[in-house]
Design a protein around this ligand. Structure first.
Ligand code: GLU
Length: 442
């Protein structure tokens, strides 16, 4: 059976770094198996779901070069959930409940007060037909719970966490449908995983207890459960689930000059035993993807690590990859000269403006001014060949090291540091370089 994974965001906001990581791992898992990666938009919550977020999710996945092989949305699949619900109803696996949320709150408070876990007491199951009829006659529409089978423990072999076992009696029968007929997350997700032929559910460990419930739903719907794997959550450098991480999305990364490949390289391996490296070749990441290398400890997301990976990736970007993001006129030679000095692609514009000028006037001592005058004469002979210029100057003036190079760099670029002058000088060109040296000579 060919592997089918799915990424199932709720379009109630933009994807954040934690969702992006889950999406990426599902993408990698599918690619490694030569399978299919699906996007499922979990938009059953009509009030909180927004079309603009659906579009942003698509755009983010495209930016990350992880476009899905197919897309489904839950709001268009309600008939599938009705069918699953009717099946469960016929099998006695869902039951109507009439408690108000205040009544449920009160029950929970009493349980907690007695030191008991706040598990739903199945009060509604104890209602007689007459009592139910009376509720209906009062105009109270029921909400529906899935009836967990308490007979056997729920067990699965988790792709990351290993053997898992749950006592279903320790779980509340989950509400699957509200009184107004709308759906909660639990049943539609299981019904979709069956209908879409999902073979592998890979998601955050906040879903572990949902998996226990959903395994019973698969069985009750006569379907074999998929393989499950739950990854440890992503935390900030400070070790906490921070609000900041929850707000950090592709738009913010793009604004900071982070390349999608840098984010992918980091998130692919963060929290695994494999080293995080600036790998921009997706095939390498796909090949190395292995759930057994995932750790149980929270994965720490560190902006500084991302910035380092990003810089290394930018330093290896070809001109063709960045040409459309460079200033007008900046060619391949200029990119290669400037590339080692940038942290992000947009920094190239600053160095390019040094090539095109005007540059800041250098503050030079009298003897360095005289030296620049000599340099101008030599440059008129050697042209924009930095090596020829500096070795001639060395011979003529006896200067070496910093004294030989720094005044020239200051005169030619207005700055004390920057890209390799041997690459920069030909970009500035003989004529312009002459002008700059003469101006520095005063
Ligand atoms: N919409 C759910 C979430 O974002 C999907 C969970 C799942 O992968 O089943 O948490």
């Amino acid at each position: 059976m060919s592997t089918i994974t799915r990424f199932a965001p709720s379009p109630t906001g933009r994807l954040h770094v934690g969702n992006i990581r889950t999406a990426l791992h599902n993408w990698l898992l599918a690619r490694k198996a030569g399978g299919t990666f699906l996007l499922r938009i979990d938009d059953t919550d009509a009030e909180r779901s927004r079309e603009e977020h659906v579009e942003a999710i698509r755009e983010d996945l495209a930016w990350l070069d992880m476009a899905p092989d197919g897309e489904e949305r839950q709001s268009a699949r309600l008939a599938i959930y009705d069918e699953a619900f009717e099946k469960l109803k016929a099998a006695g696996r869902v039951y109507p409940c009439y408690e108000t949320s205040q009544e449920l709150d009160l029950k929970r408070k009493i349980q907690l007060g007695r030191g008991l876990p706040p598990i739903y007491d199945r009060g509604a199951l104890a209602l007689s037909d007459a009592e139910r009829a009376a509720k209906e006659a009062e105009g109270i529409a029921p909400h529906w719970r899935f009836k967990l089978d308490h007979d056997e423990p729920i067990a699965w072999d988790d792709g990351i966490r290993g053997a898992q076992k749950f006592d279903p009696a320790q779980l509340s029968d989950p509400v699957v449908r509200r009184a107004d007929g709308s759906w909660l997350y639990m049943l539609p997700s299981a019904a979709d995983d069956i209908a879409m032929g999902v073979t592998d559910v890979l998601r955050g460990e906040d879903h572990v207890s949902n998996t226990a419930v959903q395994i019973q739903m698969f069985t009750a719907l006569n379907a074999a459960p998929p393989r499950f794997a739950h990854e440890a959550l992503l935390v900030g450098r400070e070790g906490k689930l921070s609000k900041r991480l929850g707000a950090l999305g592709c738009d913010a990364f793009r604004e900071q000059g982070i390349e999608p490949e840098a984010l992918v390289a980091l998130l692919a391996r963060l929290g695994t035993s494999q080293p995080v490296e600036p790998i921009s070749d997706r095939d390498v990441l796909v090949e190395g993807f292995d759930l057994s290398t995932f750790g149980r400890a929270p994965a720490r997301f560190d902006d500084e690590e991302l910035a380092r990976i990003n810089t290394a990736i930018v330093h290896a970007l070809d001109y063709a990859d960045v040409a459309h993001r460079l200033p007008e006129g900046m060619d391949a030679a200029a990119w290669l000269a400037i590339r080692p000095n940038v942290e992000k692609v947009s920094d190239a514009a600053d160095w390019w403006s040094i090539v095109t000028g005007p540059v800041a006037a250098a503050e030079l001592e009298a003897e360095d001014k005289a030296y620049c005058a000599t340099a101008a004469e030599v440059l008129a002979e050697t042209g924009d060949d930095w090596k020829a210029l500096t070795s001639t100057l060395k011979e003529q003036t006896g200067r070496k090291g910093k004294a030989l190079f720094l005044p020239l760099r200051l005169a030619l670029t207005g700055m004390g540091h920057g890209p390799d002058m041997a690459s920069l000088l030909p970009l500035i060109g003989t004529e312009e370089a002459l002008k700059r040296l003469e101006r520095a000579a005063g």
